[in-house]
Design a protein around this ligand. Structure first.
Ligand code: ASP
Ligand code: MG
Length: 474
């Protein structure tokens, strides 16, 4: 059957300048030739969300001096692109005026935050949403001016979420209904809806965001509720690479990657895709491709299902990619009195959760005399305090000898579905690290057996990544 519906998401750099927008417009034109129905989703222009959130954070400390400069940066960035690309004067002026209104709303919001001396998560979302709301108008007008029958529409009108500001969760049922109701008639009429990633609204209409980098997730959500046949994520690299090319020069693009591999990669620090993106597309059986706006003829990386044949190592290819997450600390709870005592782990992780910290890696030795886990360095102090408080009496009774943490460490992860059926991968991995004199502080293997993670000192990060990358057959 012919493919009908395509959802394409453009990331910040893909709409970050007049040059990029010209390429994006061409990409939309080309996609239209292939798919009768196309939905375009946009991030904020690159750098904009950070600038907005920084302005709000400063305002919460009563600082509004830099607001005029933030305003003019935003104006210049959007207006320069509008001036360069929107030839129709009326369209150009209307678009700029709408963007200007949004910039004024930023100023108003920041002033209000400064008066209150506090930025609530809800206020932060109102501020953060402005980037996508400006960009959707710009991109919509650029596409129209390029002869594409496009219409800008804010996703706040159809992505319905709970009120968990800054990490809102979509209500899939309500979102399905509204998305179809609003987007299908447009597409039936031959219009390309251009909408905002990252943002949604509560049933009452209060703006929320899905979390930083969340426009990938928006694409997956919108793609899955329509449903689309394919979701394409346009970014500024040729897809998913074997590792960070800044660390290893001969890193290459993977033509294909399975859902479980990319889930591990995204979780363990490869900045290719927001981790939440995967679930909706897997559940809906939708194809996903990651491709480069600046190199659109490159096929990019295709996500493929975890078919049994894929789980075998291909031409001996077991390890497919290596990632590093920096700025972590290892926290250890130690003590002979913990042996066989139920509930210690539950209380420990309860204490960690109370600091709103998420734990990327856990190991427990079978002697049960210690529990060890990683937390981001920035939350390490509050985690340690919470643990000392919750175990105060055990520490006093010396059932727990100490709760302590390391200096900064990195979590290095090797990923590959072939590992599941190939004995000896862990051996290869540790031999390689040993031969290269990278010292391993802790190890964890996901139960999915798609990845092995090890913790190394911060100073060993590059060494570990480079040596493990050598295990990848090219
Ligand atoms: N603009 C938002 C951010 O920077 C969402 C995104 O780009 O995906 O986090
Ligand atoms: Mg982004």
């Amino acid at each position: 059957m012919q493919k009908q519906t395509l959802v394409m998401k453009f990331g910040g750099t893909s709409v970050g300048s007049a040059d990029a927008l010209v390429k994006a417009a061409q990409i939309v034109k080309d996609a239209r030739a292939e798919y009768p129905r196309v939905v375009v989703i946009t991030s904020a222009m690159s750098g904009v969300t950070n600038l907005l959130l920084d302005s709000a954070a400063l305002a919460s400390q009563g600082k509004v001096d830099s607001l005029p400069s933030a305003e003019s940066t935003l104006r210049e960035k959007h207006f320069a692109a509008a001036d360069a690309l929107i030839k129709n004067e009326h369209l150009r002026e209307v678009t700029k005026a709408e963007i200007n209104v949004l910039i004024f709303s930023l100023v108003d919001l920041c002033k209000a935050i400064a008066i209150l001396g506090e930025a609530s998560p809800r206020a932060m979302d109102a501020v953060a949403s402005i980037g996508e709301r400006m960009c959707v108008r710009l991109l919509g007008a650029v596409l129209q001016d390029a002869g594409i029958n496009a219409k800008a529409i804010e996703s706040t009108e159809f992505v319905v979420t709970n009120a968990h500001f800054q990490h809102a969760h979509p209500d899939f049922k309500a979102t399905t209904e509204k998305t179809r109701q609003l987007l299908n008639p447009l597409m039936d009429a031959g219009v390309v809806p251009v909408t905002t990633g990252f943002i949604g609204a509560t049933p009452e209409g209060v703006i929320t965001t899905l979390g930083r980098g969340g426009s990938d997730y928006s694409a997956a959500v919108i793609g899955s509720v329509l449903p689309a046949d394919d979701v394409w994520i346009w970014t500024d690299v040729d897809g998913v690479m074997t590792t960070d090319p800044r660390i290893v020069k001969d890193a290459v693009t993977l033509p294909e990657i399975t859902y479980s591999e990319i889930a591990e990669l995204a979780y363990y620090g490869a900045k290719v895709l927001h981790p939440k993106t995967i679930r909706p597309v897997v559940d809906a059986g939708i194809g996903l491709r990651i491709c480069n706006t600046f190199n659109p003829t490159h096929p990019g990386t295709r996500l493929i299902a975890n078919a049994p044949s894929d789980s075998k190592a291909r031409n001996g290819q077991v390890v497919k990619a290596v990632t590093a997450i920096r700025n972590q600390r290892l926290v250890t709870i130690e003590g002979r009195g913990m042996l066989g005592v139920p509930g210690v782990a539950a209380r420990a992780f309860g204490a960690v959760a109370s600091t709103k910290t998420s734990v990327p890696l856990i190991t427990q030795a079978s002697s049960e005399q210690s529990i060890c886990f990683a937390v981001p360095s920035e939350s390490a102090a509050s985690v340690l305090n919470a643990l000392q408080a919750v175990f105060a009496s055990e520490i006093e009774d010396e059932d727990i000898d100490r709760v302590w943490m390391t200096e900064d460490v990195s979590i290095i992860t090797v990923v590959g579905v072939g590992m599941r059926h190939t004995p000896g991968v862990a051996g290869q991995v540790f031999t390689q690290l040993g031969n290269n004199k990278a010292n391993v502080l802790a190890i964890a293997q996901g139960s999915s057996e798609v990845s092995i993670s090890m913790v190394v000192a911060a100073t060993d990060t590059e060494l570990a990544v480079r040596s493990l990358h050598e295990l990848i057959v090219k």
